[in-house]
Design a protein around this ligand. Structure first.
Ligand code: ADP
Length: 611
């Protein structure tokens, strides 16, 4: 209250001089004058005090208004400190808060009169005064600590030459949450009881504002932490979704566990399938491949109860969080996080959530692996059957052809008809088996290609030469527009021929007699595009949507008249894509279709790469 205090203190000083004069031997007249003067001074002083009171309240009101405008704890603390310095006219001030976790009193703000932040070495204060305030819960004012019997003996008071000290508790919800402390080292009598009263009033408002900001910061932080955790779990789930193998899921889970907790190390052990004797093997982390016993002290409590366990650090052993990765009934894995320091409780919660996500991924990956296994088994089965069938079928076809030609003796018309039916059906079976075998080989990744430069023109000509007899009978015109010098494609010649054969066969089969089929070759970017255009049935929009899927055949009677399995296009697509190309088509119902495929072009001098 510097503006009011100074005149009042001057009056007090004047009064003190007059009182001293009164005790001197002075004439009565002068004594009367002194009495008179003292009375006036007292009246002025009273007036000033009441004005001072008014000013105090006004100042208090002003600073109180600022409080509560911010929810940022640091900002609130600085506002409080600046207000206190302004209100008391103190030389320095400190705001200290009791830390919740350690229960220690920590200086949060230190300011001098110029509102500059105090340096660490300037942060010296009377601990006795503060302890008194903390213990009693009431404020303290001392006009001259050097002479105050409560504090004069104290080391800090002496060494720091502290004189005026004012200290009030910060109380919120019945608890002392800290103190406001102001002092003046040189000047005695700076603070009065009225100052303490004002500081007390201010402190209760300040404490409420501080608590609000603290609460808000805590809520804000915990909310931000929750959002962050949810976001990271969502990212984790997305990453897991991309995996198809157990080892990938294990690695991602370990990575996220390390990132999201305070762990120095994370290891994951997987429980083998029932058929494998439920062995527990370390899948990632130190000791990879090591087999663990179910009675392992870290695993047993988790395996027995299927619940997470917290192991406190003991001696050399680090703190550990052991979390089961639960399958449908029993754990499929166990995740262990280790840290030199005790884990905060959020880490356990995070790991449990992570383990739940990982469990879903493991389930999915295991199903995927089973599907892949069964695909492989099926492919193996089909290739064995195909191999076993191919030999007898080849001989049946060979002998039928011989019989039909009459090489082995004359055949009558009926016999010829029977032989034709046999030949066609065995041919169909042979195509079916080799198509199926190809599809499963592609799907199980067992189809081997032998890429080399392939001249497209020669391929087309060869295919046309081997056109089946029944198609040749249709008297269709095959016009080939594939330049002799068209750059070669990179592909497996047997497979390129297979693709061409299927597309040319289809064009012919699904087109009327005497119609024209055009085969063209051209350069499209880095590819050679080969297209086969017919003037046939065309394909409805509805059917177009299903083209290239296995076993799809149009319901149209004209299509059904032709023998087929609906596997040809699916094989074509697989083969072309395996050779690095693309398939497509355009079609108009009852007008005709154009099927095309692109294969990588080999530029002159470009080396052939093998896959
Ligand atoms: P398949 O010819 O043995 O039925 P594909 O996979 O080769 O098997 O063909 C699938 C279906 O696509 C055929 O049944 C037919 O409905 C349609 N299709 C294929 N090529 C043509 C074409 N050039 N013109 C009209 N329809 C076609």
């Amino acid at each position: 209250m510097s503006d009011i205090q100074t005149p009042n203190r001057r009056i007090q000083a004047l009064q003190a001089i007059l009182w001293r004069l009164q005790s001197e031997k002075i004439p009565n007249k002068v004594q009367d004058d002194i009495d008179n003067a003292l009375q006036h001074l007292e009246a002025i002083s009273q007036l000033l005090v009441s004005g001072e009171e008014h000013s105090r309240l006004a100042a208090l009101y002003r600073v109180s208004q600022v409080l509560g405008t911010s929810l940022d704890l640091d900002e609130v603390l600085h506002q409080v400190m600046d207000a206190v310095i302004g209100l008391t006219g103190a030389e320095r001030g400190f705001l200290m808060l009791v830390e919740k976790v350690t229960d220690e009193l920590v200086v949060r703000v230190g300011r001098n009169m110029e509102q500059e932040t105090l340096q660490r070495e300037e942060m010296e204060y009377s601990r006795t005064v503060i302890r008194t305030v903390l213990n009693s819960g009431t404020g303290v004012v001392t006009t001259n600590a050097q002479e105050d019997p409560r504090f004069s003996e104290q080391e800090s008071v002496i060494s720091l030459a502290l004189r005026s000290i004012l200290c009030a508790p910060l109380r919120a919800r019945g608890l002392v949450i800290g103190v406001i402390y102001v002092d003046n080292r040189a000047q005695a009598g700076l603070f009065t009881e009225a100052d303490l009263e004002m500081l007390n009033a201010f402190a209760s408002q300040a404490a409420a504002a501080i608590e609000n900001a603290r609460l808000y910061t805590r809520t804000d932080q915990s909310l931000a932490a929750r959002v962050e955790e949810l976001e990271s779990l969502a990212r984790f789930a997305r990453e897991l979704n991309l995996h198809e193998r157990v080892d990938e899921v294990v690695a991602t889970t370990q990575k996220w566990a390390l990132e999201g907790t305070h762990a120095d190390q994370v290891w994951i052990a997987m429980l083998g399938k029932e058929s494998e004797g439920k062995r527990i093997t370390v899948a990632i982390g130190p000791g990879v491949g090591e087999e663990l016993n179910r009675d392992h002290p870290l695993l047993k409590p988790v395996l027995d109860g299927n619940t997470p366990h917290v192991f406190e650090p003991t001696g050399d052993a680090p703190a550990r969080l052991v979390v089961p990765i639960m399958g449908v009934r029993a754990p499929t894995g166990i995740m262990v996080a280790e840290s030199a320091e005790v884990f905060p409780s959020e880490d356990l919660q995070f790991l449990v959530r992570l383990a739940n996500q990982a469990a879903v991924a493991f389930g999915k990956v295991r199903v995927y692996e089973r599907v892949e296994d069964s695909k492989l088994e099926k492919a193996q089965f089909i290739s064995v059957v195909a191999h076993e069938l191919r030999i007898p079928m080849t001989s049946i076809m060979g002998y039928t052809d011989l019989l039909k030609k009459g090489t082995l003796g004359e055949v009558n018309e009926q016999q010829l008809n029977f032989l034709t039916v046999i030949r066609e059906n065995v041919g169909r079976m042979s195509t079916l088996i080799s198509d199926l075998s190809d599809i499963y080989k592609v799907e199980s990744g067992r189809l081997r290609l032998e890429p080399m430069p392939v001249p497209m023109r020669a391929m087309v000509e060869r295919t046309l030469e081997t056109l089946p007899e029944e198609l040749l009978k249709k008297d269709q015109k095959f016009s080939v527009h594939v330049a002799e010098d068209l750059p070669r494609v990179q592909g497996d010649p047997t497979r390129v021929e297979q693709v061409l054969k299927c597309l040319i066969d289809n064009a012919s089969r699904y087109s009327p007699e005497n119609s024209e089929i055009e085969i063209r070759g051209r350069i499209v970017g880095d590819f050679i595009q080969t297209s086969i255009r017919d003037q046939g049935l065309g394909i409805s929009m509805e059917d177009q949507a299903q083209l290239f899927t296995q076993f799809f055949r149009s319901e149209r009677s004209e299509v059904r008249e032709e023998q087929g399995w609906g596997l040809g296009l699916s094989v074509v697509k697989n083969l072309v894509e395996l050779m690095g190309g693309e398939v497509g088509f355009e079609s108009e119902l009852d007008k005709g279709s154009t099927f095309w495929f692109n294969l990588p072009m080999i530029e002159v001098g470009k080396p052939v790469t093998s896959s």
